[in-house]
Design a protein around this ligand. Structure first.
Ligand code: IPM
Ligand code: MN
Length: 369
């Protein structure tokens, strides 16, 4: 049985409650003789700020670098609303993504059959939906310099963020999108805003050039505002969408909601593969946030984080069968009617975090029997 080094970063809010379910799953895989995980746990975000005065410490960063994969739940919350901008919980997350070089953020929007009627869209629009947003994660307006608020001579303030992309940053994310499309429905849609932005002009140019290396993949370009509209109009028209950091942040929330709940969707953030070792840094996170409104109640939906672990099986641990098995177990628990509060219809019976986790492990056991 192989041992994988997995760093658990619960973060803030519902993070610690959800990590408990991951720990149960890790025990299950060990006892079933499928895989062993050498897990470590570390602080990030507000929890790290409270303990060390910084949202990301060298210790957490080192553990992340040493791990085969990092699993992070969420950071942030109203408790840290007043902390300085560079010490806010989100700065820890952004700093970790940047330090690990995690440029490719994969955000699938998949509709579990049992949840088609939980969507705010008509069930027939989302039944069978399987789209993948490939978001550039360590460039663009999140990181471009200057990034500041200055006071002008007349006393007015001026805030600047800089949207900035270089050729190679666009090239490498485009390649990820085309490679992934090859294993899917072979369609890439590149979303930008070349009618108003220079970065959009370069983005389109570079993606087109990279696309020439992939004659088997159909490439379309779309203005990102239209893309948002098309996602809520007819989401199934998309296979892979490739887009920049900020647009990807927005589109992935929109796409996620078409599937019924933010509480069920995972993501993978991947760095470049080191040619010497074949290893790539990787972090897996649910798309949802730290949910301060339900923190401590034990009712958060663990599915997005469990599904993120399933992405780790696929992209970091080379265990695609286990990835499929875990996804099937999640779908199975949902098909049995188990619902946490976020995906329950009014009046429907709900289960808590731990019950959902147990049901998924039970489904896994069944599939092995
Ligand atoms: C996300 C989040 C982060 C982002 C925040 C917490 C900085 O919204 O992962 O989508 O904007 O990237
Ligand atoms: Mn977001």
């Amino acid at each position: 049985m192989k041992t994988y080094k997995l760093l658990l970063l619960p973060g803030d809010g519902i993070g610690p409650e959800i990590i408990g379910e991951i720990e149960k799953l890790v025990r299950f895989y060990r006892e079933a003789g499928i895989a062993d995980f050498a897990t470590e746990k570390a602080l990030i975000g507000g929890a790290s700020y409270d303990a060390y005065g910084a949202p990301l410490t060298g210790k957490t960063l080192k553990l992340a670098r040493d791990a085969d994969a990092v699993l992070l739940v969420a950071v942030g919350g109203p408790k840290w609303a007043g902390v300085p901008f560079d010490k806010r919980p989100e700065a820890g997350l952004l700093g970790l993504r940047k330090a690990l070089g995690l440029f490719a953020n994969l955000r699938p929007a998949i509709c579990y059959p049992a949840l088609a009627d939980a969507s705010s869209l008509k069930p027939e629009l989302v039944q069978g939906l399987d789209m993948l947003i490939v978001r550039e994660l360590i460039g663009g307006v999140y990181f471009g310099e200057p990034k500041e608020i200055v006071t002008l001579e007349n006393g007015e303030k001026r805030a600047v963020d800089t949207q900035l992309y270089t050729t190679h940053e666009i090239e490498r994310i485009a390649r990820v999108a085309f490679e992934l499309a090859r294993k899917r429905a072979k369609r890439v849609t590149s979303a930008e805003k070349h009618n108003a932005m220079k970065t959009g002009v370069l983005w389109k140019e570079v993606v087109t050039r990279v696309g020439a290396d992939y004659p088997d993949i159909e490439l379309n370009h779309i203005f990102v505002d239209n893309c948002g509209m098309q996602i809520v109009r007819r989401p199934k028209q998309f296979d892979v969408i490739v887009t920049d950091n900020l647009f990807g942040d927005i589109l992935s929330d929109v796409a996620a909601m078409t599937t019924g709940s933010l509480g069920i969707l995972p993501s993978a953030s991947l760095g470049e593969t080191d040619p010497a070792t074949g290893k790539a840094n990787a972090m897996y996170e649910p798309v949802h946030g730290s949910a301060p409104d339900i923190t401590g109640k034990g009712i958060a939906n663990p599915i997005a984080t469990l599904s993120s672990l399933s992405m780790a099986f696929r992209y970091s641990f080379d265990l695609p069968e286990e990835s499929d098995r875990l996804e099937k177990a999640i779908a199975g628990a949902l098909a049995k009617g188990l619902r946490t509060a976020d995906i329950a219809k009014p009046g429907e019976a709900t289960v808590n975090t731990s019950q959902m986790g147990d049901a998924i492990i039970a489904a896994l056991k069944e599939s092995l029997a």
